[in-house]
Ligand binder design. Structure first.
Ligand code: 5GP
Ligand code: MG
Length: 179
């Protein structure tokens, strides 16, 4: 285990097994719908790569990048750094995210994509931290990998100052590692 990790919250095996379960559900849901699966960079990359390979029906891959988060605290303001490159009007769209925290990012992404008039728009997030949701956010995820307690986690795509994304598990950092 990495020396700056205090505790593993979700092991590689737990994550992979949950992704396999979700893959069956999503493959059933999107059969004959030719979905566009949109990943929100960069946190989602590791989850996206594993999840997409468990979706066994034809689909297209797209990515967008937003900017909203600095250090461990959300700034609250979101901007599009890179938009998707295809027209999703009339298409079935599935958003993949790493974590649903305050809800700022997903609320923004959801509204941004709804404006492009997809036939349907659903959200699949690997992690959900409902305790952190900002009051007023009514948006809900359609598919959740794991509901987790209010802890700042890293690994499996999730970073602290751009590091730890390459850990194969999700863990909690030692408090002294923040300094
Ligand atoms: P929200 O806009 O829901 O507050 O935050 C979503 C984004 O904040 C995530 O996509 C992720 O980049 C970042 N974030 C939220 N919670 C955590 C966490 O526990 N660990 C890490 N590494 N990033 C987080
Ligand atoms: Mg993210």
């Amino acid at each position: 285990m990495d020396k700056n990790i205090q505790e593993v919250m979700l092991t590689e095996a737990q994550i992979q097994s949950r992704i396999a379960e979700m893959g069956e559900i999503l493959s059933e849901e999107y059969r004959d719908k030719n979905p566009v699966v949109i990943g929100v960079l960069k946190g989602v990359v590791v989850f996206y790569a594993d999840m997409i390979r468990k979706i066994t029906v034809p689909c297209q891959m797209e990515f967008m990048q937003i900017s909203s988060y600095e250090g461990t605290e959300s700034s609250g303001s979101v901007v599009v750094k890179q938009d998707i490159a295809v027209d999703i009007k009339g298409r079935h769209v599935l958003i993949l995210e790493d974590i649903f925290d305050t809800g700022n990012s997903l609320s923004f992404v959801h509204a941004h994509l709804m404006a492009k008039e997809p036939a349907s728009l659903k959200i699949c997030t690997l992690l959900d931290k409902p305790e952190r949701r900002k009051p007023g956010v009514t948006l809900q995820a359609d598919y959740v990998g794991f509901t987790i307690p209010n802890e700042f986690v890293v690994g499996y795509g999730l970073d602290y100052n751009e590091y730890y994304r390459n850990l194969p598990y999700i863990g909690i950092m030692k408090p002294e590692a923040y300094t």
